[in-house]
Write a protein that binds this ligand. Sequence first.
Ligand code: SER
Length: 316
Amino acid sequence: MTPKILIIGACGQIGSELTMSLRQIHGNKNVVAADIREGKDELMTSGPFEIINAMDYDVVKNCVEKHQITDVYLLAAMLSATGEKFPMKAWDLNMNSLFHVLNLAKDGLIKKLFWPSSIAVFGPTTPRENTPQFTIMEPTTVYGITKQTGERWCEYYHNKYGVDVRSIRYPGLISWKTLPGGGTTDYAVDIFHKAIKDNAYDCFLSENTALPMMYMDDAVRATMSIMEAPSDAIKIRSSYNLGGISFTPDMISKEIKTHLPDFKMSYTPDFRQAIADSWPMSIDDTAAQNDWNWKHNYDLKEMTNVMLKNLSTETV
Ligand code: SER
């Protein structure tokens, strides 16, 4: 049976690419894009589009009923850096929106749910290298606290009510189509825009800050794979670690210099440095590999190639 899909937060960094990929596979009319604001023309005109506030239960429920939705991807969230500026808003948005869709699934209005978690669930007491799936988790950001709490609730709704919820702990995501907003890993996207525009970048993290990262094509593929896997293959109902690449600002700067030899990198760490220092440097995603055959494709070199190629063409 063809699923009827609703993507909440469809105009954001992940949503804008995931929506188009899902439309290609399931047909434009079967994938409803929804966001609190308008997005790119392509997204709003290639299939159904709704303006909805993810915090309003009735609005979300009406949208699900109107389009006879079976699968929901809830991507609306406030990320780590913005969350530190508006802690209560981050808590309200990230938690209320999740409860709304979990309850719709519990009540049988939707069949399958995707909810993203993050490397932000980890904290300074977590082993930082090759961070295991099951380990100490004492997040220090409000964003991390919402993601860790959300994971507990996802698992609870699965165990208690049989809700088919699936989740990935995304690393920092790198893409050229839509900008990220308000994250600590955003430097790894900004750097490409500034490299092309100014041939220079002043980084808000220090040069040796290693973080787990992933190119968007891999992240979209991971999201679609976990959602396509048979339910009994999904053994972890909190959230799966997802590895990918691990690099520092210095490493990405050197890679950019192989294309733009005069590129200049400088460093002015701000409050986001403390957030990055509390997160893993690399991730062990063996569980995702074993349970739903996960394998990433893009390394730092390949990602740098595609980012520079696509952004240069865009600005010509
Ligand atoms: N990219 C996110 C952030 O930096 C982490 O999930 O907040």
